[in-house]
Design a binder for this molecule. Structure first.
Ligand SMILES: Cc1cc2nc3c(=O)[nH]c(=O)nc-3n(C[C@H](O)[C@H](O)[C@H](O)COP(=O)(O)OP(=O)(O)OC[C@H]3O[C@@H](n4cnc5c(N)ncnc54)[C@H](O)[C@@H]3O)c2cc1C
Length: 439
């Protein structure tokens, strides 16, 4: 029988901005147990939210009813070597998938900057990495098996129920439970990463060339400074030795240990945020590393923060950052975290922030324990003025009316949701409020 932890189970997300006490927390051991849970919930008129790794900043998984974890429905289900397709269980953690795929000679084509998420959780919110030739992780999914409110399974892809597939690729857990995902994968590859500094002007001048010339490129801009840390990844030369000791040390000690210490100072003395940002810009780790692809994308994130991220049309990025620079200096916000800028190819996924447009994503962080709302609100106004679309897993204050303007396929998504789950067993208070649905 599946394990049910009925009493006193408290869920907290990674940043501890969300906390809830579900009536039942369930970890089914297999698919038939999961189907039984859904059928029972339907009969009992209960609602279900699935939790992945709990790394979303928004209350997407919060529930007082049933919380289900697919931690036992994880790993590779089957491999189609002819077409480089691998079907994995929805509860698989990206970190584990990295090693499991590698053992079979494969790797995911791109990843974000951590690998703690589950595959279903990552695609459900449109989690992305960087590199203008790549879509978000959702675009690596070429097939999805959904467990519907009826307890039945529905397999969808671009040829079978294409609309449901494009909706399910970013669906916030609202259409059903993603049981399996078929991923298009690449033969295992290594990357060489380079980190160096540029000025903001140089970055803007070189941006298109950098995006064209490098497989993956992102940059961090330090508020109150003109300094940018550029990070690029390119396919490693054949037979290049793995070499990551120097950068690993810098990432752990400088980007985490020292940065944590400086963040604490900033929290205790907010006026120090500006000099700390300047100091961090001076100490940007510079160097190169070569490693297996699945190892190199992820960075340790030991310093906790709150985060908001918007996707904007790529062409607006320089104007937006210049505007942010003015606003931050004028309002003197206590912020020392750099802004992270990444690039994602356009896709056709209904609720994707990259829907039908080449996008730049700008992520804004605030150290945990420091006031973030006025800073986030001021920047959110700027993002919205430039057609910004929020990352679903990160903080934002958009209402249904704002979302309708930002996401042209939102009404189609809402109608489809109603068709697949009339009773609303996969809803929670947060998504009902966000999409103005009756539960
Ligand atoms: C330190 C940190 C770094 C991050 N880095 C990045 C980054 O580089 N790029 C980026 O884009 N985002 C990033 N994020 C955001 C994160 O990738 C997303 O919030 C992602 O959704 C988290 O995955 P999860 O497995 O924790 O899902 P959860 O947060 O647990 O759930 C997210 C959503 O997925 C749904 N869900 C989960 N499993 C299923 C399932 N089996 N079936 C149906 N629905 C399901 C949940 O109900 C919920 O709606 C980061 C977050 C943190 C905390």
């Amino acid at each position: 029988m599946f394990s049910i932890k009925e009493t006193n189970y408290v869920f907290k997300n990674w940043s501890e901005s969300v906390r809830c006490e579900p009536e039942q927390y369930v970890e089914p051991n297999n698919l038939s147990e999961l189907q039984a849970i859904v059928r029972q919930a339907f009969v009992d008129r209960k609602t279900i939210r699935v939790v992945g790794a709990g790394h979303s900043f928004t209350p997407l998984v919060a529930t007082s009813d049933i919380m289900v974890s697919l931690k036992h429905l994880a790993g590779i289900d089957h491999i189609d070597r002819e077409n480089n397709l691998v079907t994995v269980w929805g509860g698989s953690l990206l970190k584990d998938l990295g090693t499991q795929l590698w053992e079979h000679g494969y790797a995911m084509e791109n990843l974000g900057d951590i690998n703690k998420q589950s595959i279903a959780g990552a695609i459900s919110t449109g989690t992305h990495g960087t590199g203008i030739q790549f879509g978000s992780i959702s675009t690596q999914a070429v097939g999805i098996t959904l467990l519907l409110a009826s307890g039945e399974l529905l397999e969808v892809d671009e040829t079978n129920e294409a609309g449901v597939f494009q909706a399910a690729q970013v669906s916030l857990g609202m259409l059903g439970i993603i049981v399996k995902v078929t991923l298009k994968v690449l033969p295992a590859y290594q990357l060489t990463g380079t980190s160096y500094k540029l000025s903001l002007d140089e970055t803007f001048q070189q941006l298109d060339t950098l995006c064209e010339q490098h497989r993956n490129i992102e940059f961090y801009w330090f508020p109150y400074t003109d300094t940018v840390q550029v990070k690029t990844f390119d396919l490693a030369a054949p037979n290049k030795e793995k070499d990551q000791k120097q950068m690993k040390f810098k990432k752990v000690v400088v980007e985490n240990g020292l940065f944590w210490l400086m963040s604490e100072v900033s929290r205790l003395v907010p006026q120090s945020a500006k000099p700390i940002s300047t100091l961090s810009a001076i100490g940007v780790p510079v160097g190169t590393e070569t490693n297996d692809s699945y190892e190199i994308y992820a960075t340790p994130r030991l310093v906790k923060f709150q985060e908001m991220e918007y996707s904007v049309p790529k062409k607006y990025l320089p104007t937006i950052l210049r505007t942010i620079d003015e606003v931050v200096r004028e309002k003197k916000y206590a912020v020392h975290f750099p802004l992270e800028c990444r690039f994602v190819k356009a896709d056709n996924i209904w609720l994707s922030p990259s829907y039908e447009r080449e996008s730049a994503y700008i992520a804004v962080h605030m150290y945990k324990g420091m006031e973030f709302s006025s800073y986030f609100q001021a920047l959110e106004e700027i993002f919205q003025a430039y057609d910004g679309r929020p990352h679903w897993g990160k903080m934002h204050t958009m209402t249904k009316a704002d979302l309708q303007t930002a996401y042209p396929k939102m009404e189609d998504f809402i109608s489809l949701r109603k068709r697949l789950d009339e009773r609303g067993i996969f809803l929670n208070e947060y998504v009902c409020e966000l999409f103005q649905l009756k539960n």
